[in-house]
Design a protein around this ligand. Sequence first.
Ligand SMILES: *Cc1c(COP(=O)(O)O)cnc(C)c1O
Length: 394
Amino acid sequence: MKDIQNKGMMTRIIHAGQHVDPQTGAVSTPIYQTSTFAFKDADHGAACFGGAPGYKYTRLGNPTTEALENNIATLEHGCGALGAASGMAAVNMVYLTLLGQGAHAVATESLYGPSRMILESEYPRFGVESSFVDSSDPQNVAAAMRDNTKLVYVETPANPTLILTDIKACAEIAHEKGALLAVDNTFASPYLQNPLELGADIVLHSMTKFINGHTDVVAGIVVAKEPEVLARLRKVHYNMGGTMDPHQAWLVLRGVKSLGLRMERAQENALKLATFLEKHPKISWIRYPGLESHPQHELMRRQMRGGGAVMSFGVKGGLEAGKTLINNVQVPALAVSLGGIESLIEHPASMTHAGIPQEERMAAHISDDLVRIAVGCETYADLEADMARVLDMI
Ligand SMILES: *Cc1c(COP(=O)(O)O)cnc(C)c1O
């Protein structure tokens, strides 16, 4: 489709990067399940390895993976994208490309657990230092910047606190010091937020979540705004080897087609459920960016196109009450992950963030009573009735 970049969001989601196969007319992008590609002759092989267009070997590029990369690059308004074996392979691609001996990173304190853990416990082995700050106030990011800061890494909305970070303000702070800003956009998805349009240099996703949306694939992607940054990322990625497999890419291509429909429905359910929970006497607090009571609701309106489908809340009675809730709900599955077509509920203090000492968890606003729910696309009345029944048990 010509001029795809200027088409509407739903059209871009469904068509960007995809072409009717010229040989067979296949409408669905074929799975090029091959590890290697034959050259026409020695000169053709030499040209391909010299940088001419053409496929060489699947770790270095594959047409199915490339269709997905072009799709997400278009949705995020980037110059190109690199598919990765998992969201963490995408996070590591960014860290490994931008950080090295003597470098410093500034990051959101309540990052996705492993994204923080590798910066804290692995990168120091390579001479990299990191500062973790409450990035909901850009002043904290500015105060942590050093002359050797190479990367500002933010997650917004952050997991599982649903705290937001002002992307535009952080881009200015990073660029003033010659650092790049990378944003983990997993919680919003490209449907609701486009960090590159707000000044970020790199955006990444765990496509395991909203982009694929069917709880059946683990995958990640990194999108760059500038070709120079994309080339640096590509060199590290292709040689480190955390690349995508074409079958995995095809599954995500299939999932992303319904991203807009799923987000609309899940977000509608989430706003209704948040409104119900906010008024419920058994709920002590709730944080959902779509509610006017969220302390950064105005920022959500400025940089997102909706509050998303994930919320966290506290149940009166603390840890025990929280356990009763998650042990008795029937519609959401008790599972980590989010962004699937089905609702999932989890308790970070005993599950995803159990590896972080309690003091650090509290400092990062992850209280023991925090329950996170990723709302899916089920019939809303069933979600509310299920929650009401369980809250009555507490
Ligand atoms: C899940 C997640 C990741 C890691 O992705 P995987 O696909 O599980 O490797 C990174 N960031 C955020 C915000 C996530 O939710």
